[in-house]
Design a protein around this ligand. Structure first.
Ligand SMILES: *Cc1c(COP(=O)(O)O)cnc(C)c1O
Length: 372
C-alpha cells in the first residue's frame, strides 16, 4: 500500500471530454461535435505538412521566429507580444501555472469553456463561476465577483458553447474595472469568424492587463495539428517564456501553421461559407420552433423545450449518423451545440430535426413545457 496522492485540487478535476466521433452501428457519420472546419485546411498547408518531415533527428527552432513574424504581419501585431503554444490550450495552461497558486481565484463564466476550470485546478487555484445574463457574458457580475485574490478572468469572445459575444466597449469596461493584480484573458478561438475583428489585440496593446489567445484549430482547419498562440504585454510574455517548454512546437507544426496563415483566400472562403450556412441553419431550425441566439462562431446553440427533448433529438440525430454536442456539462441541459458543417450536412441536420419536431409534437412523452 502506498500513500501516493495528487495535490487536492487535482482530485476535483473531471477530465476534459472531446466531441464524440463514432456512433455504434452507424458507418457514415458526420462529426459536428468539435467545431472543426468542415472544409479542412488550405491545400498549401497540407503541402507544407507533407514537406515538413525533413531532419526529424534535429530539434525544431524553439524561438518560433518565422511563425511569429508571419502572425505579426498578418494581424498587424508586435512580434514581442506573441507566444506560440501547443494549441491555445497550452497558452491557457501556462497563464494559470504562472499566475495562479493555492488560494488564488480564477473567474470564468457560467457557460464558459471547461479548460479554464481544469487549468485553474491543475495550478492549485480556485475556479469561480459567474452567472451570465441570457447566455451573454455579464461584465457587472464579473466585476462584482472579483476579490483581492482574483488573478485571472477568462472570457471567450465569441463564447463557446453559446456563440454569443459582447462588444468592444463592454470588454474595455471589464478590463478597466478589474482589480490591479488581475489579468483579463480574452479567448479568441472564434475571433477569426468575424471579419475585421481584432479579437481584442488593440486592448492588449493599449492596456497592461489584457491577454488574447488564438488558435489554428477552428477557422484555419488545423485542430489535428495543435497550434495556438497568445498576444500579451511584453512583461507577461517574459513570464510565460520562463515556463514554456522548449521545442513545444515541432517543425511540421510550425511550417504547416505558417503556410495556412499565408493562404488568406482559403480563410475568407471558409469564413463566408460558414456565415452563409449558419444563417441558413438557424432559420431552418427556427421554422421548426428550435430557437438559437445569433451566433458569431462556427456553431449554433439550438434550444429545446426541455432536457428530455434535447436528449431525444440527439438520439434521433445519432441514429442518422449526425453527431452533435450535448452541453449539459456547460449548464445548458436543454441545448445541443451543432457545428456548422458543409451544405449537405446542414441540410441533413435541418431535415432530421424538422422531422423530429413534427413527430414529437404528437408525442406526449417529450413535451416541450419550458421556454428557455
Ligand atoms: C476550440 C477552443 C479552443 C482551442 O483550443 P486549441 O487548444 O487551440 O485547439 C480554445 N478556446 C475555446 C473556447 C475553444 O472553443
Amino acid at each position: 500500500m502506498t500513500n501516493i496522492r495528487p495535490k487536492s485540487s487535482i482530485r476535483a478535476i473531471s477530465p476534459y471530454k472531446g466531441g464524440e466521433a463514432k456512433v455504434a452501428g452507424v458507418r457514415d457519420v458526420i462529426k459536428l461535435s468539435s467545431n472543426e472546419n468542415p472544409f479542412g485546411p488550405s491545400e498549401k498547408a497540407e503541402e507544407a505538412w507533407r514537406k515538413s518531415g525533413h531532419e526529424l533527428h534535429r530539434y525544431p527552432p524553439s524561438d518560433h521566429k518565422s511563425l511569429i513574424k508571419a502572425l505579426a504581419g498578418q494581424f498587424d501585431l508586435e512580434e514581442e507580444g506573441i507566444i506560440c503554444g501547443n494549441g491555445s490550450d497550452e497558452v491557457i495552461s501556462l497563464l494559470c501555472q504562472a499566475y495562479v497558486g493555492e488560494g488564488d481565484e480564477v473567474i470564468h463564466t457560467e457557460h464558459g469553456f471547461s479548460m479554464y476550470r481544469i487549468s485553474t485546478l491543475a495550478a492549485g487555484g480556485t475556479p469561480v463561476e459567474v452567472k451570465e445574463r441570457g447566455r451573454l457574458t455579464d461584465v457587472d457580475a464579473i466585476l462584482e465577483a472579483c476579490t483581492e485574490r482574483t488573478k485571472l478572468v477568462f472570457i471567450a469572445n465569441p463564447n463557446n458553447p453559446t456563440g454569443t459575444m459582447i462588444g468592444g466597449n463592454e470588454v474595455g469596461r471589464l478590463a478597466a474595472g478589474l482589480p490591479p493584480q488581475c489579468l483579463l484573458v480574452l479567448d479568441g478561438a472564434y475571433a477569426d469568424y468575424i471579419e475585421n475583428f481584432d479579437g481584442g489585440a488593440g486592448l492588449v496593446e493599449s492596456r497592461d492587463n489584457v491577454v488574447m489567445t488564438r488558435t489554428f484549430s477552428k477557422l484555419y482547419g488545423l485542430g489535428g495539428l495543435r497550434v495556438g498562440w497568445g498576444y500579451a504585454p511584453k512583461q507577461v510574455v517574459d513570464v510565460l517564456m520562463k515556463i514554456r517548454p522548449p521545442f513545444n512546437l515541432s517543425r511540421p507544426q510550425l511550417e504547416t501553421a505558417e503556410a495556412a496563415l499565408k493562404d488568406q483566400d482559403h480563410i475568407t472562403k471558409c469564413r463566408n461559407e460558414n456565415a452563409r450556412l449558419r444563417a441558413w441553419l438557424a432559420e431552418a431550425l427556427a421554422e421548426h420552433g428550435v430557437m438559437s441566439d445569433t451566433s458569431c462562431a462556427n456553431f449554433i446553440l439550438a434550444r429545446f423545450g426541455s432536457e428530455a427533448e434535447a436528449n431525444a433529438c440527439d438520439l434521433e440525430l445519432r441514429k442518422e449518423g449526425l453527431i452533435v454536442r450535448k452541453v449539459a456539462s456547460y449548464n445548458l441541459p436543454n441545448c445541443l451545440r451543432i457545428t456548422i458543417g458543409d451544405e449537405p450536412s446542414c441540410r441533413r441536420v435541418a431535415h432530421v430535426i424538422g422531422r423530429f419536431k413534427e413527430g414529437s409534437a404528437e408525442d406526449p412523452t417529450v413535451k416541450a413545457d419550458v421556454t428557455p
